[in-house]
Design a protein around this ligand. Structure first.
Ligand SMILES: Cc1cc2nc3c(=O)[nH]c(=O)nc-3n(C[C@H](O)[C@H](O)[C@H](O)COP(=O)(O)OP(=O)(O)OC[C@H]3O[C@@H](n4cnc5c(N)ncnc54)[C@H](O)[C@@H]3O)c2cc1C
Length: 462
C-alpha cells in the first residue's frame, strides 16, 4: 500500500474525474478512480457525446433536405424526382452507442497508460479521508468527488423507457416516433427538439416560459424560436406540464391549464439532480445546498479538509468543459502546482440547435441589468457573402465591449458552426483584446468569421 502523502482517490469517472486523474498522475500522485457506470461518465455514455452524435446526423439531414436551393436534385432509380429522404433511427442509434462506448474505452486506455487505477463500483466517503468501495477501503490524502447528476423526473411524469423517455433512454428507440413531444425548453429540450425535427419527425415543444431558452441571449432565442416554427415545430409557450401518461401507443401530456397534448413519444427534459445522496457527505463534513449540490469555492475545495468536488454534483455550471476544469484546478491546488481560480466569465458554451447559439463572457442580460457597462453591436449574418453562398439567412454576431477601453468582454454567435466561430471571441475575452485588435487580424474572404471582424470594426471609436 503506498505510503506517500499524495494518494488521490476520485469518486466518479466523468470529465470532472478523469481530467483530474490525468493532472494528478502527471504531477506524480498515486491515483485511483472509483466509477460505477464506465469511465467517461454520463458525458460520454448518455449525455454529451451521444446527443452530439445524433445531432451530427440531424445536421446532415437538414443540409440534404435544404439542398434543392443550392441546385441539387435527388432522383429515384427510375430517374424520377425523389421527394423524401428518411432517417434509419435504428442505424443512427447503433452508431451513437458504439461511438460512446469506443470513446469510453479510449479514456480507460489513456488512464491506464498514465498509471491510474480504475476500480469499478460505488464509492462512499468514510472517516479520515477514506473511500469505501464494496469490501475495499481506500486511504487517501485527498479525495475528489465528481459523481455528476441524473435526469430529474416527477411523480406525475415517470419514464417507462419505451414511450416516455429521459434523455438517457432515447438511444434505445428503433422506430421513428410518429409525433414527439419534448417537455422542457432549456438547452437539453431544445437540442433534442431541434435534432428530431431535422430528422423529419413532427415535434411539439412544451415550454412553461414566455420564450424558449430562457437562460440564453433573448435575441438568440428569438431567432431559434422563429426558425424552429418556420421549419414546422409546434411550440407551446407558457404551457406548464402537469403530468405525462401513456395508454397503449399514445402518450398524453396534460397541462396545468387543462389542455392535453398527445403524441407517440415524449422526452422529459426537466433538468438534473445531483448524484450526492448516500455518499457519506454529511458524516465527512461536506456541506451541500438545499438542492443537494456540493458547495465549493473557486479552487474546488469543499467544507471538509482534503475533500474537493468538481462537475455537475457542484451545480456550478453544468458543462463537461467546466467539470473538467474544476477537476484539474482541484488537483493543481492540492498538489501545489500553479493554479488560477475558476472564472465563469471566461467560459464559452454552445447550444447545439439549428442554428447553433454560442456565447462567452458577459451577457446581454447582465448589461441590461446594469451589472456591467458595455457598448453592444449586433450584425446579422444575412449580409455575409459566405452565408449567402451557403444559403444561410438566420443568425448574427454580437459583441460587448467596455466603453472606455474598447476591451471585448463578451459575445454571442448564432449560426451554423457557431461553436467553432465563438473561439476567436473567447480568445479575445480571455486575453482582454480590444475590438480594434480583433478587427485588425485578417479573416479569410469569404468566411462567416469575417462578420466577427466586421462587428469589431463597427465598434471603432474615432
Ligand atoms: C443531453 C445532454 C447533453 C449535454 N451536452 C453537453 C455538451 O455538448 N457540452 C458540454 O460541455 N456539456 C454538455 N452536457 C453537460 C455534461 O454532460 C455534464 O456537465 C458533464 O457530464 C459533467 O461531468 P461530471 O464529471 O460532473 O459528471 P458525469 O459525466 O455525470 O460523470 C459522473 C460519473 O460518476 C459516476 N458515479 C456517480 N456516483 C458514483 C459513486 N457513488 N461511485 C462511483 N461512481 C459514481 C456516474 O456513474 C458517472 O459515470 C450535456 C448534458 C446533457 C444532459
Amino acid at each position: 500500500m503506498p505510503t506517500s502523502s499524495n494518494r488521490v482517490v476520485i469518486i466518479g469517472g466523468g470529465p470532472g474525474g478523469y481530467e483530474a486523474a490525468h493532472v494528478a498522475a502527471q504531477l506524480g500522485a498515486d491515483v485511483t478512480v472509483v466509477d460505477s457506470d464506465g469511465v467517461g461518465g454520463s458525458a460520454v455514455l448518455t449525455d454529451c457525446v451521444p446527443s452530439k452524435t445524433l445531432i451530427a446526423t440531424a445536421e446532415l439531414m437538414a443540409e440534404v433536405t435544404n439542398s434543392a436551393e443550392l441546385g441539387i436534385d435527388f432522383t429515384d432509380h427510375e430517374g424520377d424526382t425523389a421527394a423524401t429522404i428518411r432517417v434509419d433511427l435504428a442505424k443512427v442509434n447503433t452508431r451513437v452507442k458504439q461511438l460512446a462506448s469506443d470513446q469510453s474505452a479510449d479514456i480507460a486506455a489513456r488512464l491506464e497508460r498514465d498509471g491510474v487505477r480504475v476500480v469499478k463500483g460505488r464509492g462512499r466517503l468514510g472517516p479520515d479521508l477514506t473511500v469505501t468501495v464494496g469490501d475495499e477501503t481506500l486511504q487517501a490524502d485527498s479525495i475528489l468527488v465528481s459523481t455528476g447528476a441524473a435526469p430529474r423526473t416527477l411523480p406525475s411524469a415517470q419514464p417507462d423507457g419505451e414511450r416516455i423517455l429521459t434523455w438517457e433512454q432515447v438511444y434505445d428507440l428503433t422506430e421513428v416516433p410518429e409525433r414527439l413531444i419534448v417537455v422542457g425548453s432549456g438547452v437539453t429540450g431544445l437540442e433534442f427538439a431541434s435534432a428530431y425535427l431535422a430528422l423529419g419527425i413532427p415535434v411539439t415543444l412544451v415550454s412553461s416560459r414566455d420564450r424558449v431558452l430562457p437562460g440564453e441571449d433573448a435575441d438568440a432565442s428569438a431567432v431559434l424560436e422563429e426558425v424552429s416554427i418556420r421549419r414546422g415545430m409546434e411550440v407551446l409557450g407558457r404551457s406548464r406540464m402537469e403530468s405525462v401518461t401513456r395508454e397503449g401507443d399514445v402518450v398524453t401530456v396534460r397541462l396545468t391549464d387543462g389542455r392535453e397534448v398527445t403524441g407517440s413519444h415524449c422526452i422529459l427534459a426537466l433538468g438534473s439532480v445531483p448524484n450526492t445522496a448516500d455518499l457519506g457527505l454529511e458524516e465527512a463534513g461536506v456541506a451541500t445546498d438545499e438542492g443537494g449540490f456540493i458547495k465549493v469555492d473557486r479552487v474546488s475545495r469543499t467544507s471538509a479538509r482534503g475533500v474537493y468536488a468538481a462537475g455537475d454534483c457542484t451545480g456550478v455550471l453544468m458543462l463537461a468543459s467546466v467539470a473538467a476544469m474544476q477537476g484539474r484546478i482541484a488537483m493543481w491546488h492540492f498538489l501545489g502546482d500553479a493554479v488560477a481560480p475558476l472564472d465563469l466569465k471566461k467560459v464559452s458554451s454552445n447550444v447545439f440547435t439549428a442554428p447553433e447559439i454560442a456565447t462567452v463572457g458577459w451577457s446581454q442580460q447582465a448589461v441590461d441589468a446594469g451589472e456591467i457597462k458595455a457598448d453592444v453591436v449586433m450584425l446579422p449574418l444575412a449580409g455575409n457573402a459566405r452565408a449567402k453562398m451557403q444559403g444561410v439567412r438566420d443568425g448574427f454576431v454580437k459583441l460587448f465591449i467596455r466603453p472606455g477601453t474598447g476591451i471585448i468582454v463578451g459575445g454571442v454567435v448564432v449560426g451554423p458552426r457557431a461553436s467553432e466561430l465563438i473561439h476567436v471571441v473567447s480568445l479575445a475575452v480571455a486575453e482582454s483584446l480590444t475590438a480594434d485588435k480583433l478587427a485588425q487580424a485578417f479573416t479569410v474572404y469569404p468566411s462567416l468569421s469575417g462578420s466577427i471582424a466586421e462587428a469589431a470594426r463597427r465598434l471603432h471609436k474615432v
